[in-house]
Ligand binder design. Structure first.
Ligand code: PLP
Length: 427
């Protein structure tokens, strides 16, 4: 399937029905799977044979959808998780332990920031947050001997900074650690971070991939290119025997292409259990089938909306990497020549108060704690998704108090513009 282009992979990747089998990926709504002997099942538990035994670890529906996302990203192995948050957590926790450290872009989704800066800190994992536009020297200075990974978002939610993936990859690799990229906003239709040096990609599939606000979900994809063995002392979980699996050494048994995801499934899903529901994996697959069509429409609508807002006298500023005047346009054109995403951030004249009025005045667009789905919606991050952050943290994440996040949907653009116009008139 890998020789096919993205639109074809979105429809056919991950699942090839045999004669007389369902044309759609079927929902295997079963927690358990039957075996004829205890020995046969024991071999599965020991990871000697591959097969299904319990949906907390693996389920055929979820695996087939993961395989489709894997093909879209150009990876070697992938897994679904119950949410994007679980994907971010597993992606790091799979290779970083208490007492170790991660370098992370400061421009990331507020929930991810909280997970890293508060919850994972309580687990003894420390993060240094760096300005994504920092110099190579500043980035270099953030590393410590115990650094085990680097993390950033292709297009940051909601700051809309575009990460210099190559700069972050160079720094990570110079220190013998992988670069993990949250590719939620760009999706593999617009950017494939592995082609620019990233080693692992995560997604909140809740966003464009599902695309219809149907199901919360996440995904992790491994490029299979990071050489864990070359830095074996940093990643003993992958390169030395796992006592909880009868001494398996993941890199030996599953190779560089399979070790990371197999460990995440075998240990983290087994012990923490953030498994996707088969039904949700099915919904996700339906969304994936039209992802390229929707992304093209999201991007075209967002560009028109951004140009309209930029020219409007009641709008103070607009940020959208697709705009030629945007500071990240050059980087966006390099990594995402076919389009970026459908999300715009803006400030209206009159600051925070005017922003509230503007949002309340919208009729077609809803105020919703969501982003990146088919219907246009707005949110004020400083008082909602990012409200746990201090003013300084908000500033570092690129979020001004007046920032309104506008997630442009795939409605007729004339109706979206008319809605913006009438809401701006009310300020
Ligand atoms: N990553 C990004 C870029 C996000 O925007 C979000 C959610 O908004 C997440 C991760 C977390 O995903 P979820 O809400 O599916 O847990």
């Amino acid at each position: 399937m890998s020789q096919h282009r993205a639109s074809t992979v979105c429809l056919h990747g991950g699942y090839t029905p045999a004669n007389g089998e369902p044309r759609n990926i079927p929902i295997i709504q079963s927690t358990t799977f039957r075996y004829e002997s205890g020995e046969a099942m024991g071999a599965l538990f020991d990871l000697e044979e591959s097969g299904y035994f319990y949906t907390r670890l693996q389920n055929p529906t979820a695996d087939q959808v993961a395989a489709k996302i894997c093909a879209l990203e150009g990876g070697t192995a992938a897994m679904l998780t119950s949410s994007g948050q679980a994907a971010s957590f597993y992606a790091i926790f799979n290779i970083v332990s208490s007492g170790e450290h991660v370098v992370c872009s400061s421009a990331i989704y507020g929930g991810t920031y909280n997970l890293f800066a508060v919850t994972m800190r309580r687990m003894g994992i420390h993060f240094t947050f760096v300005d994504p536009d920092c110099s190579e020297e500043e980035l270099e200075a953030a590393f410590r001997p115990e650094t085990r990974a680097v993390f950033g978002e292709t297009i940051a939610n909601p700051a809309l900074t575009v990460l210099d993936i190559e700069k972050f990859a160079r720094a990570a690799h110079a220190h013998g650690v992988p670069l993990i990229i949250d590719n939620t906003f760009a999706t593999p239709v617009n950017c494939r971070p592995f082609e620019w040096g990233a080693d692992i990609v995560t997604h909140s599939t809740t966003k464009y991939m599902d695309g219809h606000a149907n199901a919360v979900g996440g995904a992790i994809v491994d490029s299979g290119r990071f050489d864990w063995n070359a830095h074996a002392h940093k990643f003993p979980g992958l390169t030395t025997p796992d006592v909880s699996y009868h001494g398996i050494v993941y890199t030996q048994r599953f190779g560089l292409e399979g070790a990371y995801i197999t460990k995440a499934v075998a240990q983290l899903m087994r012990d923490l259990g953030a498994a996707p529901a088969p039904q949700n994996a099915y919904y996700l697959n339906i969304g994936l089938e039209t992802l390229p069509l929707r992304m093209a429409k999201h991007c075209a609508n967002a560009l028109q909306a951004a140009e309209y807002l930029l020219a409007h006298p009641k709008v103070a500023w607009v940020r959208y990497p697709g705009l030629a005047s945007d500071p990240y346009h050059k980087l966006a054109m390099k990594y995402m020549p076919n389009g970026t995403c459908g999300v715009i951030s803006l400030g209206v004249q009159g600051g925070r108060e005017a922003a509230s009025k503007f949002m309340a005045g919208l009729k077609l667009a809803s105020i919703a704690t969501h982003v990146a789905d088919a219907k246009t919606c707005v949110l004020h991050p400083a008082s909602t998704t990012h409200r746990q952050m201090t003013d300084q943290e908000l500033h570092d994440a690129g979020i001004s108090p007046d920032l309104v996040r506008l997630s442009v949907g795939i409605e007729d653009i004339a109706d979206i513009l008319a809605d913006l116009e009438q809401a701006l008139e009310q300020i």
